[in-house]
Design a protein around this ligand. Structure first.
Ligand SMILES: CC(C)(COP(=O)(O)OP(=O)(O)OC[C@H]1O[C@@H](n2cnc3c(N)ncnc32)[C@H](O)[C@@H]1OP(=O)(O)O)[C@@H](O)C(=O)NCCC(=O)NCCS
Length: 173
């Protein structure tokens, strides 16, 4: 089933990445060690690594009809991060993820983007549930998951560290 893009919210536009056009702006986010601290694989080194990451997202988009997408601030038209979905291989669930450039933290953008994606995904993909897998020390991400109505079900080992498994419930969405 096709996923309706772009998604517009009050302040944001969520659209597929265009690897060649977006890789320079995303470099400023994906090469930041603090931003990437809890992301498997950590910070990316150089624009080629970022382009290859964005091409992987574009391939996932073609294969599955969803992926990680670009988050653009509508007022400035700046690319401020990513949001979207992948497959969490250990369970096969659709997994929500989000990353913002550090200068865009603390403004509610991640919550706004994640909520819009979650609502659209529940309506258009109709999965049994959508999960978020959050490092136990990643308090900011945990708060985003809680604010959009996901509930913590359990703790599991992922990427070699304890993570909280958040999921949508049958009464959510
Ligand atoms: C996870 C991440 C996106 C969360 O960013 P964030 O800025 O904390 O989350 P939001 O954009 O939703 O902003 C929420 C904060 O802005 C505040 N805020 C300020 N203005 C706001 C507004 N107009 N509307 C809503 N919230 C606002 C909220 O009070 C909240 O602060 P709090 O969490 O201290 O209570 C960010 O920490 C990040 O990119 N981390 C690195 C990547 C990562 O770890 N991703 C998750 C992997 S599971």
């Amino acid at each position: 089933m096709s996923f309706p893009l772009p998604i517009e919210t009050d302040r944001l536009l969520i659209r597929p990445f265009v690897p060649d056009a977006d890789c320079e702006q995303m470099l400023g986010i994906y090469d930041d060690r603090e931003v990437m601290h809890f992301i498997p694989g950590g910070a990316l080194a150089g624009v080629a690594a970022v382009r290859s990451n964005l091409e992987r997202y574009a391939n996932t988009q073609r294969r599955l009809g969803f992926s990680s997408w670009a988050v653009v601030a509508r007022e400035s038209e700046l690319l401020i991060g990513d949001v979207g979905f992948g497959i969490f291989e250990p369970t096969g669930d659709i997994e929500l993820g989000y990353t913002l450039g550090r200068q865009y933290w603390g403004r509610g953008y991640a919550t706004e983007a994640a909520r819009a994606c979650l609502t659209t995904a529940l309506a258009h993909l109709a999965p049994p549930r959508i999960i978020a897998v959050v490092d136990e020390q990643n308090d900011a991400s945990r708060r985003v998951a809680q604010r959009i109505g996901m509930a913590q079900l359990e703790t599991l080992e992922a990427h070699g560290r304890p993570h909280a498994l958040f999921a949508t419930g049958s009464d959510l969405g």
